[in-house]
Design a protein around this ligand. Structure first.
Ligand SMILES: Nc1ncnc2c1ncn2[C@@H]1O[C@H](COP(=O)(O)OP(=O)(O)O)[C@@H](O)[C@H]1O
Ligand SMILES: [Mg+2]
Length: 158
């Protein structure tokens, strides 16, 4: 049984979430890891989209990050790095996911940040990281769990 790395962060303010996400993406780039599947889990308002915004900031994107609640997928290409932000809240259905052709996205080398991933999905890839967001009286608690060998390497020395 391999024990993959996990990390926990207490983040008092939104700015701390943004800074953490930015630091993580810079670490990935430093390690030349240009594809990673990240599941973002937690209640509405817990900070999943905020985290994605920080991640994008790390790739020098400073525009508006739309929550892809209706579009489901929002693609980005930044500095030659592909990133897909997904929000599957409204599509908790394997057949519908399959019909929209979501599997094709995962053929690419890209960062995938997926809010509301389906549990035990046949169509979504296995995550490299699962990040759980918890609301606290003030701020948020984030837990990052590496779920694969690559995810483990990605989280080492962080
Ligand atoms: N560490 C934090 N402390 C307090 N508020 C936060 C923190 N991080 C994010 N927020 C706020 O919580 C909300 C999170 O919204 P969002 O990121 O859209 O959540 P989700 O995508 O999980 O539904 C935003 O209003 C943001 O300003
Ligand atoms: Mg969101």
């Amino acid at each position: 049984m391999i024990n993959f790395v996990q990390r926990e962060y207490i983040l008092k303010e939104e700015a701390n979430v943004l800074a953490l996400a930015k630091m993580l993406v810079l670490a990935l780039q430093e390690k030349n890891i240009n594809s990673l599947v990240i599941f973002l889990k937690g209640d509405l308002g817990a900070g999943k989209t905020t985290f994605t915004r920080g991640f994008l900031n790390g790739l020098a994107f400073n525009g508006t990050v739309k929550s892809p609640t209706y579009t489901l997928v929002e693609p980005y290409e930044l500095q030659g790095q592909q990133l897909y932000h997904m929000d599957l809240y409204r599509l908790q259905d394997e057949v519908a996911l399959e019909e929209m052709g979501i599997a094709e996205y995962f053929q690419e080398e890209a960062y995938f940040l997926i809010e509301w991933p389906l549990e035990n999905s046949r169509i979504l890839p296995q995550p490299d990281w699962v990040i759980c967001f918890h609301m606290m009286a003030k701020g948020r608690k984030l837990n990052i769990q590496a779920m694969s060998e690559k995810g483990n390497v990605a989280l080492q020395n962080i």
